[in-house]
Design a protein around this ligand. Structure first.
Ligand SMILES: [Mg+2]
Length: 103
């Protein structure tokens, strides 16, 4: 499958576009909210399969909304936020090293 056929999370783009066109943007936004709520509920429980199931649902919905708002913009922000996370992790690792040296 080529890059043009895939979407965020390597999910088939054609299926995502079909879902957006078939159900409409408002319905898919509402579905995303519902799936996020289901994931939150699953995370409060101890059923791993339920978490996997809801993560899959959320991933599919996030991929649809990413197409809706512009996946290039989302990808750019993901890159920026990952870079910021890496900086924070470097800081955390430096702090841990400093504490380890002084202990
Ligand atoms: Mg669900």
């Amino acid at each position: 499958m080529s890059d043009a056929e895939t979407a965020p999370g390597d999910i088939d783009r054609e299926t995502l576009v079909d879902a957006l066109e078939t159900y409409g943007e408002d319905a898919q936004i509402e579905q995303t909210i519902e799936e996020c709520a289901e994931l939150i509920q699953a995370l409060y429980g101890d059923d791993r399969e339920a978490v996997v199931d809801e993560l899959a649902d959320v991933r599919i919905m996030v991929a649809q909304l990413s197409l809706l708002v512009g996946e290039d913009d989302v990808d750019r922000r993901v890159g920026e936020k990952l870079a910021r996370l890496e900086q924070r992790l470097e800081g955390a690792h430096d702090s841990a090293r400093t504490r380890g040296e002084s202990a």
